[in-house]
Design a protein around this ligand. Structure first.
Ligand code: GDP
Ligand code: MG
Length: 442
């Protein structure tokens, strides 16, 4: 998912605003003209673009000043907030039925990724401690059953198959789930090349028969606005509860991700990011926005506004760095801040020393961050303030407390020491503009 073009265009639109002390209405309008073109080129629905630009313009021209941000930064923040809003604001969770089994129907056009996504979803749900069953109800494509079985094997998820028509197979799968202790049934359905009446009436019959907790529509993000149009007609004709966008990894423009929610009114719940069974992620509007804006300087500005750390606090941190009083507690706070932004991979490099502190060559950032966090969390506040007091017996306690080895604690402490030294160099001024430290998330 590299919306490079969009990212670059947005960046260019903001560039001209930089360095201006005060923005005129004309400045804002000019920038918005560029934002508009960037979004249209990304294949965002034009009505969505129109209302997006109108909303941003109104807020940017009429809005009051925000603490700590100059006018250009404010516009960026407004754009950012509006993008998040456009994609649905909050992450929309899967819901579970009050009585087992919870039934999900995955529907969509042929080739959109239903079968693949069914298995991915089963794996995802299983990791949450559920016991899912896959139901193979695409009887038109004999290979689909095999495909489901192969992928499901990866997570040891059982696949229910039977002779007969799709509706009766779906019904039987639910009976089977009840008899065999499965608490979730994920139904893989057949697709067609286009939305047609027969497909819709078959799906409607199935809906009636199995009364699903959610109908999840799978759409191929690479098809851009077409994907959104398909979503709209499925929603009108069948009613869907949520969308799953697949092939985001191959989507260079981002139009579907950006506008599916706004056009259909239905939340994007998951995204598919590859062909492998584990390539599925819950969809977070704020994280997606960060990916789209994808540049460290912008992210740091936004984070600055979001966490509303006042200048005093920033100055205090800077002072601590300079005096070599940067503690593990400060470090933990920075880790938390990174977590909140979400797109760990993109920003890891921005935090001085962090990439060094992480083992595994950047493959498992999330895991590494959790590991480091766990180490710090099992220290007492005193130890976090002053790691020098961590002697042998303290080390044993800390390592035991978080289930890690003393060696890995030692390694981390050594790395933290290096980080401190490195940061001190940064804060001494030679590496930062105007001698002022620009810590990534302040
Ligand atoms: N790159 C990529 N390929 C995907 C993704 N989801 C599905 N595919 C591929 O899309 C093709 C069609 O998927 P399939 O599940 O058979 O679609 P169905 O006809 O809707 O069941 C297969 O080759 C999948 O490997 C994804 O998120 N990323
Ligand atoms: Mg299929």
């Amino acid at each position: 998912m590299a919306f490079e073009n969009l990212t670059n265009k947005l960046r260019a639109a903001f560039k001209n605003l930089r360095g201006k002390g005060k923005l005129s209405e004309a400045d804002v309008k000019e920038a918005m003209r560029e934002v508009k073109l960037a979004l249209l080129e990304a294949d965002v629905n034009f009505k969505v673009v129109k209302s997006f630009v109108a909303a941003v313009t109104e807020k940017a021209v009429g809005g009051g000043a925000l603490d700590g941000l100059n006018p250009a930064q404010q516009v960026i923040k407004i754009v950012r907030d509006q993008l998040v809003d456009m994609m649905g604001s909050e992450h929309s969770e899967l819901t579970f039925a009050s009585r087992s089994p919870t039934v999900y129907m995955l529907v969509g056009l042929q080739g959109s990724g239903k079968t693949t996504t069914c298995s991915k979803l089963a794996g995802h749900i299983k990791k949450q401690g559920k016991n899912p069953l896959l139901a193979a109800c695409d009887v038109y494509r004999p290979a689909a059953v095999k495909q489901l079985e192969v992928m499901a094997k990866r997570f040891n998820v059982p696949v229910f198959k039977a002779e007969g028509d799709p509706v009766s197979i779906a019904e039987k799968s639910i009976e089977y789930a009840k008899d065999n202790g499965s608490d979730v049934v994920i139904i893989d359905t057949a697709g067609r090349l286009h939305v047609d009446e027969r497909l819709m009436s078959e799906l409607a019959d199935m809906k009636k028969a199995v009364n699903p907790q959610e109908i999840l529509l799978v759409v191929d993000a690479m098809t851009g606005q077409d994907a959104v149009n398909v979503a709209q007609s499925f929603n009108e004709q069948l009613g869907v509860d949520g969308l799953i966008l697949t092939k985001l990894d191959g989507d260079a423009r981002g139009g579907a991700a950006l506008s599916a929610r706004a056009v259909t009114g239905k939340p994007v719940k998951f995204i598919g990011t590859g062909e492998k069974p584990e390539d599925i992620e819950p969809f977070y509007p704020d994280r997606m926005t960060s990916r789209i804006l994808g540049m460290g300087d912008v992210l740091s500005l936004i984070e600055k506004a979001q966490t509303a750390i006042d200048e005093k606090e920033a100055a205090e941190l800077e002072k601590r760095l300079r005096e070599n009083r940067f503690t593990l507690e400060d470090f933990l706070a920075q880790l938390k801040r990174i977590r909140k932004i979400g797109s760990v991979k993109n920003i890891i490099g921005l935090m001085p020393g962090l990439s060094q502190a992480m083992q595994g060559g950047g493959e498992n950032e999330e895991k590494e961050l959790s590991r480091i966090e766990a180490l710090i969390l099992s220290m007492t506040p005193k130890e976090r303030e002053n790691p020098d007091i961590i002697n042998g017996s303290r080390k044993r306690r800390i390592a035991k407390g978080c289930g890690q080895t003393i060696q890995s604690l030692n390694r981390f402490l050594k790395q933290f020491d290096d980080i401190r030294k490195l940061m001190k160099r940064f804060s001494d001024g030679s590496h930062s503009k105007k001698g002022k430290l620009r810590f990534p998330f302040m």
